[in-house]
Write a protein of this length. Sequence first.
Length: 157
Amino acid sequence: MDPLQRLLDIEEIRGLKARYFRCMDTKDWDGLSKVFAPEAIFDLREVSSLRNPLTGEWKPPYDGESAVHRGHANVLKMIRDAVEHRVTIHHGHMGEIEILSQDTARGIWAMEDVVVNAPGGEPINMHGSGHYHDTYLRLARGWAILTTKITRLALEV
């Protein structure tokens, strides 16, 4: 692959992930819909679990297949249901992006998220950190998130 094209692709993917975070936090549902591929998959099996690095034990045990959301419409519905009536702050840092082919890539992003009550909303106060593990697909409109999975290093509720 041409080195310049590789760098341009990496920069486009960085912008894509930045839009994902911004659109989710600002509740820009139209903008958020444009970051995902039609066959998107969002894996939340480990989003509420922490793995003890000494024993390998998950606490609480991670969720099953029902925590994996498949298809563009299902992914967007899950995100909207989770954050629409909450104030959220998501930060993605230090993207490690690897271009696998002309039309595929993968990345790992260190992340931090904060979810708090919106006025009149359901009580919640959460602060977490961990990683997003993504794959990307180049579509006619540009790069899109094909799969994403959240893993946690810390979670305070």
